[in-house]
Write a protein that binds this ligand. Structure first.
Ligand SMILES: NC(=O)c1ccc[n+]([C@@H]2O[C@H](COP(=O)([O-])OP(=O)(O)OC[C@H]3O[C@@H](n4cnc5c(N)ncnc54)[C@H](OP(=O)(O)O)[C@@H]3O)[C@@H](O)[C@H]2O)c1
Length: 270
């Protein structure tokens, strides 16, 4: 599939649209691309507020699906309700949670929630939407929001890095499987972004004013640009790309050691 995606007047589903990167992608899809939106998250009041604003300001249509993506029944309902209400063209699987701290301090229940949200819900929605998008034959696509944490070891975010590593491998493998068909899969791998996740995880204390922290507006624009161009693995921002480039020449153990020092210092500031 080489033709660029065109979101104008089409329906795009965004998970994790109540905050951060997902919310900003939804805003830009409405404002810049004139897309209609299916907004998914647990906090329905935030989704309702966003729907009202985007419909008023940009003349597009929004639907809301309140869902807890850690719950398999909700995940299936997201698919069912979406395709009942609209002809879906783009799927942005962005919702995610992290844990910052010693892995031993991550409660088992919280790990299971992270795995269900970051990994299982993504695979399930891909399984449902790939045959759907192929059957529609409109040249639709799926954007998987991974992370630079999926491409290198990240001590003190060990389980999170594992979930993003899964999404990266999964998406890149599927990209090849689906090549030549009327659909695309893009894996987006940002570095740190100034969102609620930084605050809620405690990462912000250690990385405040860091040059590596990207603003959410430019990050969302780069995500949507890579999605529209059907890129393989877009990484936003010059510094993230420089980091990724040099990481290829270092032994992974050394890379992990450097990351351990950086993240341990951040943990001490929390
Ligand atoms: N911030 C970073 O530094 C960074 C870096 C690389 C990659 N990423 C990735 O970018 C994506 C977005 O993160 P963000 O930084 O924008 O974080 P955020 O501001 O905390 O937003 C996370 C979104 O995911 C939703 N979500 C979380 N758990 C959910 C669940 N069980 N069911 C449904 N929705 C759920 C949240 O909505 P509700 O709470 O309303 O359900 C919220 O809309 C994530 O996949 C994250 O891993 C972030």
């Amino acid at each position: 599939m080489t033709e660029k995606m065109n979101f104008n007047g089409r329906w795009v589903l965004v998970t994790g649209a109540s905050s951060g990167l997902g919310k900003e992608m939804a805003c830009q899809l409405a404002r810049v691309h004139k897309a209609n939106l299916i907004l998914v998250a647990r906090r329905a009041s935030r989704l309702l507020e966003l729907k009202t604003r985007l419909e008023q300001d940009h003349g597009i249509q929004c639907r809301i699906v309140q869902a807890d993506l850690a719950n398999p029944e909700d995940v299936d309902r997201v698919y069912q309700e979406s395709v009942q209400q609209a002809e879906v063209y783009g799927v942005v699987l962005n919702a995610g949670v992290t844990h910052f701290g010693q892995h031993a301090d991550l409660a088992w229940q919280d790990f299971e929630t992270m795995l269900a949200t970051n990994v299982t819900s993504v695979v399930r929605l891909v399984n449902l939407f790939v045959p759907y998008l192929l059957s529609k034959n409109q040249g639709g696509g799926i954007l998987l929001v991974a992370s630079l944490a999926g491409l290198m070891p990240v001590p003190y975010q060990s389980a999170y890095a594992g979930t993003k590593g899964f999404i990266t491998q999964f998406g890149q493998s599927l990209y090849q499987e689906l090549k030549g068909q009327n659909i695309s899969i893009t894996v987006f791998a940002p570095g740190g972004i100034a969102t609620e996740m930084m605050e809620s995880s405690g990462l912000s204390a250690g990385f405040e004013n860091s040059v590596f922290l990207q603003d959410v507006q430019s990050c969302a624009a780069m995500a949507l640009d890579g999605f529209a161009r059907r890129d393989y693995l877009p990484v936003p921002g010059l510094l993230n790309n420089v980091q990724l480039f040099f990481s290829r020449f270092l032994p992974r153990q050394m890379l992990g050691m450097i990351a351990r020092n950086v993240y341990r210092a951040a943990l001490l500031k929390r």
